[in-house]
Design a protein around this ligand. Structure first.
Ligand SMILES: Cc1cc2nc3c(=O)[nH]c(=O)nc-3n(C[C@H](O)[C@H](O)[C@H](O)COP(=O)(O)O)c2cc1C
Length: 447
């Protein structure tokens, strides 16, 4: 029997960094080579994924150097919109999403980048809205300190409103290209944009490219904080969540979808995809061995340094075999609030040793097993309402291929996943309507 609801799948491109760059099957530096990303996108498209996604950070981590020089993270990666434009040429159906920060880009830059990508890809572009959550990013933009969490989200809201207004610069049919009459575009179909905010302004300008094939590119958000969830509920089309359990996923989805209802949006129009790090193999033992081989690349001291970034405190002087004292922690996070809260909750609930806590934080969110184990797990999350699909990530280069060959057919057999693409745009894959251009909306409102 056909399943009434089907999963959406996205692939977070592997950058073979962290500790994994040292794995025998990794190609260090692959994230700066288009070949690696193109291959992953092609494999995801072969698996009928909705979306191929490139994460990004606008800064360079270098503190402490003894951590980052051994476990690189965005130290050598292609800029997403540029890379996705190239990947659009070697794919034809899969959505193409990339990150751009609202804290430092101007709305015009974001509107232009993702509208161009939507044109290049014939309606497959998505913008992942982030506010940047790392102190060092501000340095590239002439500021010593990142603005605080609250004001980053105030600016994010303004940037999103201005980007949306810029995407509405032109009516669908504004460009006439009428050689006989000499009319290139209909001036009635051009709507200059005025947007005034506390952080960003557009003063009667507009976007110098026709309305996007999708009407507007898809908007992704992954905020974990209350402000992030609220913004996502009001204005995103797709969410990546960082839920680590079915219960957390259900709570997150219930919260975001009730915020959507409260702001007059239909919760059915939102897909929430938890980030799922996956290792698949033909037997449970083999999957465990593969996973252990990845874990073994990271020593305890480096795991502690890595967790200390999210806990926003220097843990280097603490013994590995004792619990972390709560009184040395900041009272609240300045950056990744949700990550910080998850670690603090674990300390409060179980008082693990520093070693165990760090290893749990860097390792535990990996789901591993056979195709049928993983399909069981995904089905459990999906049917419990903890997920509308999954944002999958694989540490090892072979990951997407193994998943597509082994897990996808199992999900299809269960009726949980599409057996062919039904649409050619990302909005189509997600079941989202194409937003009408301003004149059409205004005409409709008056009828
Ligand atoms: C799957 C996934 C992908 C993400 N990708 C990015 C990214 O590319 N760049 C970034 O700065 N943050 C990224 N984030 C982090 C979130 O955007 C967000 O900053 C974080 O969850 C903290 O939420 P908050 O800002 O509401 O406190 C990602 C999070 C998830 C779960």
């Amino acid at each position: 029997m056909a399943h009434p609801r089907q999963m959406h799948l996205a692939l977070l491109a592997s950058r073979t960094e962290g500790a994994v760059w040292r794995h025998p099957t990794s190609t260090p530096g692959a994230a700066a080579q288009l070949r690696s990303f193109s291959h992953q996108a092609a494999e995801a498209e072969r698996g009928l994924f909705d979306l191929f996604f490139l994460a990004d950070s606008s800064g360079l981590r270098n503190d402490p150097p003894e951590l980052w020089s051994r476990t690189p993270y965005f130290h050598n990666v292609l800029e997403p919109a540029t890379a996705l434009a190239a990947i659009a040429m070697s794919t034809s159906r899969i959505g193409l999403g990339g990150t751009a920060t609202t804290s430092y880009y101007q709305p015009y830059h974001i509107a232009r980048l993702f509208s161009s990508l939507d044109h290049i890809s014939a309606g497959r572009a998505a913008w992942n809205v982030v506010t940047s959550a790392n102190a060092f990013i501000s340095l590239n933009f002439g500021e010593i300190e990142l603005p605080d969490h609250g004001s980053r989200y105030v600016r994010a809201r303004e940037v999103m409103e201005a980007v949306n207004a810029l995407w509405d610069t032109w009516d669908d049919d504004a460009f006439r290209f009428d050689k006989e009459s000499g009319l290139y575009y209909d001036p009635q179909g051009l709507h200059p944009v005025t947007y005034r905010g506390d952080h960003v302004n557009v003063l009667g300008g507009g976007l110098n490219i026709a309305r996007a094939p999708q009407g507007k590119p898809v908007i992704i958000q992954a905020g974990g904080s209350s402000a992030g969830r609220q913004l996502a509920a009001e204005s995103a089309d797709l969410i990546f969540s960082s839920a680590r359990s079915v219960a957390e996923g259900v709570a997150y989805n219930t919260d975001v979808k009730s915020r959507m209802s409260a702001s007059g949006r239909d919760p059915e129009t939102m897909s929430i995809l938890p980030g799922f790090r996956v290792v698949v193999a033909d037997s449970a033992d083999e999957a465990e061995d593969k996973y252990r081989a990845i874990c073994a690349l990271l020593d305890d001291e480096t795991a502690v340094l890595r967790m200390a970034v999210d806990l926003e405190v220097d843990l280097r002087a603490l013994p590995l075999d004792r619990p972390v004292p709560l009184d040395i922690l900041p009272t609240s996070a300045r950056f990744h609030t949700h990550f910080f809260d998850q670690i603090v909750a674990k300390i409060k609930a179980e008082s693990p040793t520093l070693r165990d806590l760090a290893r749990w934080w860097v390792e535990s969110a990996t789901h591993r097993g056979t195709a049928s184990d993983l399909a069981d797990l995904m089905e459990e999350w999906f049917t419990a309402g903890a997920a509308d699909g999954f944002m999958l990530t694989f540490d090892l280069p072979a990951g997407p291929t193994e998943f597509v060959d082994k897990v996808v057919p199992e999900l299809q057999r269960r009726g949980l996943y599409r057996t062919e693409y039904q649409a050619s745009t990302l909005r189509g894959h997600l079941g989202l309507p194409t937003p009408s251009s301003p004149t059409v909306v205004a005409a409709g409102a008056g009828m």
